[in-house]
Write a protein that binds this ligand. Sequence first.
Ligand SMILES: Nc1ncnc2c1ncn2[C@@H]1O[C@H](COP(=O)(O)OP(=O)(O)OP(=O)(O)O)[C@@H](O)[C@H]1O
Ligand SMILES: [Mg+2]
Length: 318
Amino acid sequence: MISAKNISKKFGGKQVLFSISFDVNKGEILGFLGPNAAGKTTAMRILTCFLLPNEGTATVAGFDILEQSIDVRRNIGYMPESPPIYPEMSVQSYLEFVAWIKGIKMKDIPKRIDAVMEKTSITHVRDRICGRLSKGYRQRVGLAQALIHNPPVLILDEPTSGLDPKQIIEVRELIKGLAGEHTVIVSTHILPEVKLTCERVIIINNGWIVAQGTPENLTQKIKGKERLQLEIGGPGEEVKNALRNVPGVANVQIEIHELDGCFKYIVETEVKADIKKNLARIIADNKWDLYEMRTLGMTLEEIFMRYTTGETFTEKEA
Ligand SMILES: Nc1ncnc2c1ncn2[C@@H]1O[C@H](COP(=O)(O)OP(=O)(O)OP(=O)(O)O)[C@@H](O)[C@H]1O
Ligand SMILES: [Mg+2]
């Protein structure tokens, strides 16, 4: 549904996107995750034909952003970082205006307005003046204008920023409800949000795509270190030292001190070595009791920090 190929963007002499390529399948929700100034908004503005790339191109719903920008815009609903509302208009008249601009037939406009108002829970503020709405409601009106022509593709730039916790949950649910029927790209720097709403995530940093995959894939071990959690009945420090001496173990931490002589240990390995067998043997040889041994995935926070701090590196190198 969306296919971006080698998109690069420079502002003046400063390059802010470095040959980014990605695909989004029909009905999928893709998250753009990255710190401030990563290039998320720039990538979205290119896909929505508000900016031209310096290199590369993309197709949206089968149309090329460079050659068929009118068709691309028809097929996209875009919610920019600051919703493009007219402060002096009422919600109703603003949406009528947007519907008209987007070429919806006059006779269909009331029906579409009712539908998007219901979807974004703004029916009760339809006669209010846009400029006097709270930020959360303005965001919802922004979402309503993106949905009004029922586009197959939605590009939502930080749709939950500035909302209160209840509104965040509502907007997340709304976005999740769009999956299947609509293809969605949503940007955020909130990690749990990605896990809750997106099927796939692209992590962008300094204009590079540094990782992509499902939140589950990304939270599993990526390379190198692996972490294991063990629960062992035995003398804490002695067990810890024995585990530490197993070849391939980089670090051992005692997590929780239990009262009945059973401790929890987090073992970090140096390389992707399968050390479980050797850990189990040491425990058995010492006649300690092994209650649990399992691999721990990395948290999204760890993945994010890992990919967005330090020097820039591309996905291939990761
Ligand atoms: N019109 C512009 N002119 C010059 N530089 C720009 C322009 N728009 C964006 N930039 C620069 O491009 C870089 C990427 O900005 P962008 O807005 O895409 O980041 P972002 O990932 O959306 O960040 P945020 O999370 O803060 O919204 C930044 O360094 C920004 O200053
Ligand atoms: Mg942005």
